[in-house]
Structures are given as structure tokens and as C-alpha cells.
Write a protein that binds this ligand. Structure first.
Ligand code: SF4
Length: 121
């Protein structure tokens, strides 16, 4: 894998995944964990933000945020925007052509979504 960007200070790069129960939510969760494991972004808990237990938003707003949502219900996006966070990068899996309830959670799908997410800065 080509190193596209210096990741010094990578804790400034954060990913939230909707981590929903369906196939596409599951894929967002796996991809977010892979981004974390590869040192691309720090994974933060969307549930913590939803429960209003997260860090002060002023601190979060300074970070480069990527939100992964599975489908147009847009749970991740809505939670961030409810909290007044509007400056973030975004990837919705249905926009890549995947269908909710019809997508196998396998390495081929995970790898393709990961490739898209990894280069979003
Ligand atoms: S965005 Fe879609 S897939 Fe993700 S948690 Fe919400 S309903 Fe489920």
C-alpha cells in the first residue's frame, strides 16, 4: 500500500462509523476499525456522542473528521449535526452502489470501501 500522506499527529484525524446492525452498518464499523488499526484515523464512538457523553465539541471541531454511514438514514451525520458539528468528510455506502440488506460482509466489499475511505482527507 502506498503511503499517500504523512500521518504524524494522526490523532487529529478521527473517524465515526454508524456501526448499524445491518450489513452496511457492519461494514462501516469494520472499515473504521481498520482505519484505526492502520494508523489512518483514530476511531471515536458515535454512541458516546449520541449520548452526549463525548469530549467538548470545541475540541472535536478542530479535528479532521470522517463519518461513515451505511444508508440514507444518515445516523452518523445526523448525530454530528445535532451537536452542531458540520465540518466533516463523509462517506455513505449506498452512494457507492451497495444495497442495504443485500450486501455480503466479506473482504471484497470491506476492502473496496476501505480503499475509498482511506484516501479521504
Ligand atoms: S445509517 Fe443506516 S446502516 Fe447506519 S445505523 Fe443508521 S440506519 Fe443503520
Amino acid at each position: 500500500m502506498e503511503n499517500k500522506t504523512c500521518l504524524c499527529g494522526s490523532t487529529e484525524y478521527v473517524v465515526f462509523s454508524c456501526s448499524g446492525a445491518c450489513d452496511l452498518g457492519y461494514v462501516t464499523d469494520i472499515v473504521a476499525r481498520r482505519l484505526r488499526d492502520n494508523g489512518v484515523r483514530k476511531m471515536s464512538c458515535l454512541a458516546t456522542l449520541g449520548a452526549e457523553l463525548g469530549k467538548p465539541h470545541d475540541e472535536l471541531k478542530k479535528k479532521n473528521i470522517l463519518v461513515l454511514d451505511g444508508c440514507p438514514v444518515d445516523c452518523g451525520k445526523k448525530i454530528l449535526e445535532r451537536e452542531g458539528i458540520t465540518d466533516y468528510k463523509y462517506l455513505r455506502l449506498t452512494d457507492l452502489g451497495y444495497k442495504k440488506g443485500e450486501t455480503p460482509v466479506n473482504e471484497e466489499v470491506i476492502g473496496k470501501v476501505y480503499e475509498k475511505a482511506e484516501v479521504i482527507f
